[in-house]
Write a protein that binds this ligand. Structure first.
Ligand SMILES: C[S@@+](CC[C@H](N)C(=O)[O-])C[C@H]1O[C@@H](n2cnc3c(N)ncnc32)[C@H](O)[C@@H]1O
Length: 189
């Protein structure tokens, strides 16, 4: 992504988001699907809200789907006796909050700021034999993939597939309408 941005003339650099601080010339801070990987993101948002210059904006989007079957099914499977110990960490828990929690946090951190927080569930039309398994293999399950050898990973995918298909059955046209909830928080300083 950094290389692609640079190729388009954007001055991009790779860094840990936890070390970022808005400067006096910052117009807008945007994080898209990143802060759920940062357990201490509430402290980060509080700090950024205070550091934003007047007139600056903060815009955040995080997945809010931890209670969806796409997460509860692998979490329960990995916690079952057959899998206990194979992935000691289990499925990572993001600890993403509700929109109202971020609204309260930002309003308290930046008195007088404009706060707008909401949620949206996007319906992604997916196709294939194991479309939700393929989706989470590239996102949610990546730390789990890293903890397993190839045989363990194939076994996990095989055990998850029928469970995910039951939770997300395809329609008559073969399309699986995968609901993905996302939480948004915007602050105008
Ligand atoms: C789901 S991707 C989103 C990427 C991009 N923002 C987009 O919208 O397409 C999550 C990204 O967060 C990055 N990430 C996770 N923790 C991070 C951290 N502490 N600092 C910087 N990036 C981090 C990952 O490397 C990954 O590129």
């Amino acid at each position: 992504m950094v290389a692609a941005a640079r190729a388009h003339g954007v001055d991009a650099e790779l860094a840990d988001v936890r070390g970022f601080a808005p400067g006096p010339d910052t117009d807008v801070v945007v994080t898209n699907a990143v802060l759920h990987w940062v357990p201490e993101h509430r402290e980060l948002l509080t700090r950024w809200a205070g550091e934003l210059p007047t007139g600056g904006w903060l815009a955040v989007q995080v997945p809010g789907n931890e209670r969806s079957p796409s997460h509860t099914i692998p979490r329960e499977l990995l916690a079952s006796p057959a899998w206990a110990g194979l992935v000691p960490e289990g499925l990572p828990g993001y600890g993403v909050g509700e929109p109202a929690e971020y609204a309260r946090l930002l309003a308290a951190a930046r008195p007088g700021g404009v706060v707008d927080c909401w949620e949206t569930t996007y319906l992604h039309p997916l196709t294939g034999d194991d479309p939700v398994g393929d989706w989470i293999a590239g996102t949610t399950l990546r730390p789990v993939r890293d903890a397993l050898d190839d045989a363990g990973w194939e076994r996990l995918r095989a055990e998850l597939a029928p469970r995910l298909r039951d939770a997300y059955p395809p329609d008559d046209a073969g399309v699986t309408w995968f609901g993905f909830r996302r939480v948004f928080a915007v602050l105008g300083a």
